[in-house]
Design a protein around this ligand. Sequence first.
Ligand SMILES: [Zn+2]
Ligand SMILES: [Zn+2]
Ligand SMILES: [Zn+2]
Length: 436
Amino acid sequence: MAESHNTKNEGNDHVQLTAQCLCKAHSFTATVPRTALPLQACACHCTSCRHMLGAMYSTDTLWPGDPAVIRHCSTLKTYRFSDRLQVLFCSTCSSPLFWDFPAGARDGHDGKAAEPAGADKSQYGVFTGALLSSIKNPGPGPLIELAEHIVLDDTMDGGLSPILRRPNDTVHAKRQPATRWAGRQLLSKEIPEGEDHWPEPPAADWRNSEVREIPLWCHCRGVNLVYRCQEAYREHAAMDADKLPDTVDPLTRKTVVETDACTFCRTSCGTDFMHWTFSALRHLRYAHEDAKTHQQHQKDPEASTAGAFSLPATLLDLYAAVTAPREDRDPRLGTLAVYCSSEGRKRYFCSNCSACVFFASDANHDVIHVAMGLLDSPDGARAEGSFGWLLGGRVQEKDDIKGTWRETWLDSHETESEAWRKARKFPEWWKIMGWG
Ligand SMILES: [Zn+2]
Ligand SMILES: [Zn+2]
Ligand SMILES: [Zn+2]
């Protein structure tokens, strides 16, 4: 394992990249000649990537470092994602670091293996969210260009591609827009500028939504839960506006979705921007009833199911349940594990496939951040029938990403989402919600 001691730009001819997990147990460096810049990244919006990371898409670029260093690192955990792809992640903090794919196969995440992952000729793609922000853009353009969006048909609504069309533009230079593909690049229909072929999302008013519950699962299904969206709407609709939680839009009574580009979130999900929604634990449930109720149902199909699907009621109870000894654990918690990323902050993830599931702050009693990428809503990846996306406005302070490709992408994310907000006649949510 290569330890990073130097994260500065290397001389004039080369720059050094560092991929590092959240707990810092894993750190890999690579040196890239400036002539090879910018690196090209691909954003995959496929259902599998969203459920494997918990993010709205995955972004990776070919790792320019020595593949043998990764191949011989025995402490990275491996998840077999498909016939030909593996994901390598940290088993302590769950940060995904690398895709492992057979040579020449980096063209989408589906299909049959020509040669299995893990073979000697493996190449590696690095999740761009795992790269340290210490490398500045080398010139007028970003160090990493987000070149294409792929497998957009899986999203049904375009996912977040409408706000990352020109992610590489800077105040100094207009770049090529990112290309967009219905499926894999070059093997599917390219979606030209202005020709979005997915339907407009359903009405903004939740009362028109027929979605009562939304499955919430990770790629391996070791985490298998359900978000009870209609239960949440009903509760919020009945409340006085001044009593609503600050995570609920007072106009639509929908729970909001926020964009987070902080170091902790992007490292733990492997994608430069994480998107979270919020839920009280009572609005989540297990996909299956508990064993005792199941037995009662065998004898009496009419037996009460009250509480039979309930998660632990508070964040303290959830933490105790997840960290309980195996023999005391509710088997329905499945592969859910937890990592304390800092004092009072807990990140729940799938220990098998690495997916980010929840983020919890000890300051809250029973409200938890929920990874949007895990929701499987019938109206599309953004699930706009049930959630209010906070489009436009400022995402966050950009001090720790100043001068990096992340700042370039985030600037575009903000500019394009503000334009999209106006085009769709959404109000200025930050004024309504008093967020600044
Ligand atoms: Zn780690
Ligand atoms: Zn994918
Ligand atoms: Zn999983």
